[in-house]
Design a protein around this ligand. Sequence first.
Ligand SMILES: *[C@@H]1O[C@H](CO)[C@@H](O)[C@H](O)[C@H]1NC(C)=O
Ligand SMILES: *[C@@H]1O[C@H](CO)[C@@H](O)[C@H](O)[C@H]1NC(C)=O
Length: 381
Amino acid sequence: MNITMRFFYVFVFVTMHIQNSSSVDFDYLAAFNFGDSNSDTGDLVAGLGIHLDLPNGQNYFKTSSQRFCDGRLVIDYLMDAMDMPFLNPYLDSLGLPNFKKGCNFAAAGSTILPATPTSVSPFSFDLQISQFIRFKSRALELLAKTGRKYEKYLPPLDYYAKGLYMIDIGQNDIAGAFYSKTLDQVLASIPSILEAFEAGLKRLYEEGGRNFWIHNTGPLGCLAQNIAKFGTDSTKLDEFGCVSSHNQAAKLFNLQLHALSNKFQAQFPDSNVNYVDIFSIKSNLIANYSRFGFENPIMVCCGIGGPPLNYDSRISCGQTKVLNGTTVTAKACDDSSEYINWDGIHYTEAANHFVSSQILTGKYSDPPFSDQMPFLLSLKF
Ligand SMILES: *[C@@H]1O[C@H](CO)[C@@H](O)[C@H](O)[C@H]1NC(C)=O
Ligand SMILES: *[C@@H]1O[C@H](CO)[C@@H](O)[C@H](O)[C@H]1NC(C)=O
């Protein structure tokens, strides 16, 4: 290739790139997050008044930090990379929460569909958005009334239009449905779940939200909780030991979520919708775990029962119980960085770091944002 040709190729490549990725610029004034345990920084624990103890948080925070993980979540790494502080949970009334740079409404166990009396979390997607709307009007009211007193703690009006609205929810709708439905019924229920998602997105848009960052759902069939319950018959498992039906449902959910994201973008051209393919990142991690420095793709770090899953649904990470007359505790493994799965449902900090670094390559986003590479440099471990 001669020099002129090479220049031409580079030029075309760069031009194409700019066109494809112009809608993500990471210069956000605040972040508002909605979701489930994948991004809950303490909301469920505060809201229900429950305890989540060590070894949760042991690697990084040195206290449980109210997250279902041994350390940081993907949302923590993303906030860090955007040079923003970790998000305070909406319901945390203690510890002098500062909401200037945003607020986290995500609560573990939450669903897109409205909660029922047996739901783990009453804070479904629609309710989280109502909390956000109340947060916004209350914050603006306080700022108007009290002048400078709350300036340091609450986001002013322009922060809502220039803020990033992050959403990671759907895992509990899909995984939960399998307890009462056949695979066909689960698949058939996906459009109605996504109708509720779309309605929520529109409410955020009506409130002034324009920048949306949507995570799709992961390979749920690879979580020990689902393998223990639905994968006892090995014909139900795929080549990686994951429950096929759960992954099939997750894939269909994602296909429709992606279509919804594109439709929303087309319908509201002044919005920026970034759809992130978490499923592919996590599937790649589980299938190719040893290449990424992990030793156990499926087996749980903080659990009980030993290989192959080291998981027992009756005892959660850190809990002690009497089983069959013997007192047993679900303890953490020696080195959680060798494990992808923390407690049977959630990923370890090491896995979350991997997932975050893959998100930040921009390759898993639609639209992609790989011209934003300098952003990657601030990812800390
Ligand atoms: C595992 O890695 C290979 C080689 O890079 C890749 O082709 C394959 O798609 C990966 N597996 C998954 C499930 O992503
Ligand atoms: C409890 O004891 C019963 C009867 O011996 C046995 O079948 C079962 O596997 C035991 N459960 C556990 C968790 O050890």
